[in-house]
Design a protein around this ligand. Structure first.
Ligand SMILES: [Fe+2]
Ligand SMILES: [Fe+2]
Length: 165
């Protein structure tokens, strides 16, 4: 009989994808914090960088829940999103719209994470991995919060600054 790919394999594969992504995001957030002109935006990036370290730790715990050692698998999607953010940093360096561009790039990252964690949480529930559900949900809540904070900063200051110049 042919080897069948099961939901638990898909879960493990997707876990590797987001583990790879979170580690890349750690480096990207640190660069974006340094590049941000607005104090508020920089603080938001730095705060989320700290949370992201915790996301990596939680994922390691989820690997433990399925008796696997933590391993990443190249995630082309996150590499593309981060690459776009780096282009913005280069092209808008010193320009009024830099922060608006950085903020938009960061929101693309958050939305990618939200989609991954949402899916993983649903699969974990279907697989009866209760502890994994809790861990994934804790991170999902922080990704949503980070996205909301960025929206607020965009509306209250960064976008106006980009237009006013
Ligand atoms: Fe994250
Ligand atoms: Fe995030």
């Amino acid at each position: 009989m042919a080897h069948e790919k099961t939901l638990s394999e898909l879960f493990h594969d997707t876990l590797k994808d987001i583990y790879f992504a979170e580690k890349k995001i750690l480096g990207a957030l640190s660069k974006m914090a340094k590049a941000a002109q607005s104090e508020e935006l920089r603080a938001a990036f730095e705060h989320h960088e700290q949370e992201t370290e915790e996301h990596v730790t939680r994922l390691e715990q989820v690997f433990g829940e399925i008796d696997q050692s933590p391993r990443g698998k190249t995630c082309e999607a996150i590499l593309g999103i981060i690459e776009e953010g780096q282009e913005i940093m280069k092209e808008y360096k010193g320009k009024p719209a830099l922060d608006a561009g950085l903020l938009a790039a960061a929101q693309a990252v958050e939305h990618y994470e939200m989609s991954r964690y949402g899916t993983l949480k649903t699969w974990a529930a279907e697989l009866g991995l209760d502890e994994a559900v809790k861990l994934l949900d804790a991170t999902l809540a922080e990704e949503k919060k980070a996205d909301e904070t960025l929206t607020k900063i965009a509306q209250e200051s960064v976008n106006q600054h980009a237009e006013a110049a």
